[in-house]
Structure formats: C-alpha cells, structure tokens
Design a protein around this ligand. Structure first.
Ligand code: SAM
Length: 386
C-alpha cells in the first residue's frame, strides 16, 4: 500500500480538485483525518495520521479503490497541495503504470441484482495468483468464470492477465466468499473450486468451509454440480470431511495425490516438500428452492447528528448470531463518520457509516440483507436514533 511520511503539512481547505482528483470533504478524530477523495468515478478515503513531528499520509484500508494507481495519484496530488515536506514515500512512480479499464472487476452491487446469466457458471473461491482460474477461462470459452478473492492485489493482477490474454469470460469480485454465497441464485452454478484455502489452524472460525457455507454452496449448485476442495492440510481435510458428511444432499468422493492439468503456485510448493494433496468433491443431488434477490439495507429516518457527535464511545453489541461493534468516530461540523464492524461473527462486514444532516449511508459498499447483516442493521438504526 502506498504511503508517505512527512514532517510538515499545511492541510488544504476542502473541496479542491487537481489533475482529475477531487478532494471533497474531511472528518477528524483525535489523531487522524479521513479525506473523502474521488478519482475516475471511484470514492475512497485518504487517511492522514497526525503523529507530530511526523505525518503519515496513505490510503485508508477499508475503502481502497479498485486500482492502486488511483490512490497513488490522489496521494501525489494531496501532498503537493499540502506542501508536505516528504521524508519517505513509496507512492511516486505511478506515471508509467497502466490503468486497466475494468469490465472484469465487478462491485458487490452487480451480484445483488440476482439476474440470470446466459452461460454456464463456474465459481472459484480464493483464486490467489489466478493460475487455475485463467486455465479454466482459456479452456472453457463458452462458460463464465466468477472469481472471488478478498486480496485486492490478486484481483488486480488476475484482471490484468485476463486483459492481456483477451479473456472475455471472467468476472472478478473483491469480497468475502462466505458472504457472497447468499447473493447467488439457487441451482445456478456448475462447479465451485476451493483450492488450497487458508487452513487457519489457530482461528478455525475464519475458514471458508463451514456448515453454513456448505449449505449455501449446495443451494447454489445445480443438481449434478460439484464443489471441489483441494488441500494439502491433513487437519483441514478432516475438518471439511466432517462437515461434508453431515449433509445428506451430497455425494462425496476423495482422491489422494491426483494431478490436475494445472498446478497452482501453492501446489508446486507443497509438491516440492513432498506433501500429500487431497481432493474432496461434493456433488449436489437435490434441487433447492428459488431465492429472491437481496435487498439493500437503507436508513430511512433523520437522526440527531449532534447527539451522536457528543455521546459517541466505542461500543459492542452481541446478538445470538450477529454482532455490531462501533469502533471509532470521525467528525466535522457537517458530518459524523463511524468505523464499524458488524454482521455474522465469522464473516463480519467492516464499513464506515456516513451520517449527514439529510442522509445516512454505508461506505464504501452498500450493505445487503444477508441474515446477520439485517439483524445488525436493526441495532445500528436503533443506536443511531438514540
Ligand atoms: C493459500 S491461498 C491459495 C490460492 C490459490 N487458490 C492457489 O491454489 O494458489 C488462499 C487464497 O484464498 C483467499 N481467501 C481467504 N479467505 C477468503 C474468503 N473468505 N473469501 C475469498 N477469498 C479468500 C486468500 O486471499 C488467498 O488468496
């Protein structure tokens, strides 16, 4: 992530625009400023951490733009305007980087429409460097490959590769696959690949595979559709198999050290180390009921900004299957911005809530009515209304 360290900053008045970047407004906490910035139609926050005699200027992690060049350009223009005396930077060399126009990378809103694709769908979860996903796309020009990744640089690199290879049958989304499943239509997917998921031996609640995930996977798979788990972890294999066995809607097949036509970066490493590799394939045997599109969660009331501004303290609400954590507040005379985490315990949403005189919204993404989010949203509304 590009960032800049300076020992002098003359914070400019907002709004201003430079070289196609708009700096719209800012909010402040005790020791940091969030600057709402727009570049190429994408909005994100620049974060200025005030640590006198030093100032750190960087992109705020939750709201990163789809392409790092947008952030680099914004940082460059901001420090220029703020007359920063720069001690260190790793954000300068953006001028010779290419900006990929991305029809490939989709926002979560795209999936909320619940529309019917006219092609057979394959889904790859946590595609990493994208080797397997690109292989599938090249070899299945008549199918659409949906790639889900939480690691943004992997999304950018794979999108670049798709551009270079001229692949038109790939869409990528930067989202937690455990939440995204609720967005997909029932009986719509032919194959789900989960190759070398992070085993999270010490934090199993972070694993992609869970009973909840498998139920959703079987719901979105067509009859005869498969979920292919490939792992080198003995522990993950045992854990996943236990979960798979609990479900009566699937046939299960296990293979040991089966070579696929394409080997991923991780796989090459494990093979060199002489590790065993397991494939567990789950075949869906039942038709699932249709699901409806997820609606967007709205705030439909006016609140008292001053009250929130004056009374805010970090707070944690725990429900049975969901939580809400109001973590930190930034404010100005016109706005309050709250950094929050909420939703299901094992797949939380991390968001800002932007509260203005006449509008409240989630940022950087819309939040959709997945079950745990809906419950959390009710608490958020109640809390905002005092
Ligand atoms: C060990 S890597 C394997 C990458 C690739 N499948 C391969 O075989 O080389 C696991 C990948 O899963 C991604 N990942 C982890 N949790 C995820 C989640 N909840 N949703 C989507 N991607 C996830 C990570 O960012 C990482 O790229």
């Amino acid at each position: 992530m590009p960032n800049i360290i300076a020992d002098f900053i003359s914070k400019p008045l907002l709004p201003f625009s430079n070289e196609g970047v708009d700096f719209l407004w800012e909010v402040n906490s005790k020791d940091s400023d969030l600057i709402m910035t727009r570049c190429k139609g994408e909005e994100f926050f620049i974060l200025v951490k005030n640590r006198p005699p030093k100032f750190i200027i960087k992109g705020e992690k939750l709201s990163r733009p789809s392409q790092v060049v947008f952030l680099q350009r914004a940082l460059r223009e901001y420090v220029k305007k703020a007359n920063c005396n720069i001690l260190f930077q790793n954000a300068a060399s953006s001028s010779n980087r290419t900006e990929i126009k991305n029809h490939i990378i989709k926002e979560i809103d795209f999936f909320a429409q619940n529309f019917i694709f006219d092609k057979e769908l394959l889904l790859e979860i946590g595609f990493g460097s994208g080797r397997h996903l690109l292989y599938q796309a090249k070899n299945n020009p008549d199918k659409l490959i949906i790639g889900i990744e939480i690691h943004k640089p992997s999304i950018e690199q794979t999108a670049k590769q798709c551009d270079i290879l001229g692949l038109k049958n790939v869409i990528l989304v930067n989202y937690d696959s455990r939440i995204l499943m609720e967005f997909l239509r029932s009986n719509s997917i032919s194959k789900i690949f989960v190759h070398f998921p992070v085993p999270w031996d010490k934090k199993p609640h972070r694993r992609v595979i869970s009973s909840y995930f498998i139920n959703e996977a079987l719901r979105v798979l067509k009859v005869g559709g498969t979920l292919e788990l490939r792992t080198d972890s003995e522990e993950y294999r045992g854990y996943a198999l236990d979960i798979f066995m609990q479900n009566s809607q699937a046939d299960i097949r296990i293979l040991k050290n089966f070579n696929l036509e394409i080997s991923s970066k991780y796989e090459d490493r494990w093979k060199r180390l002489g590790k065993n590799i397991y494939d567990i394939t789950l075949t869906n045997t039942k038709l699932s009921p249709d699901n409806s599109a997820l609606s967007r969660l709205h705030f439909d009331f006016l609140n008292n900004i001053d009250k929130i501004r004056q009374n805010f303290t970090p707070k944690l609400f725990r429900g049975d299957n969901f939580f809400v954590h109001f973590e930190e507040m930034y404010a100005s005379c016109k706005r309050v911005v709250i950094k929050a985490a909420f939703g299901a315990y094992d797949r939380a949403e991390h968001m800002f809530i932007i509260i203005e005189e006449d509008k409240i919204s989630y940022f950087p993404n819309n939040v959709y009515a997945a079950k745990a989010n809906k419950a959390a949203h009710e608490i958020i509304k109640k809390w905002l209304n005092g």
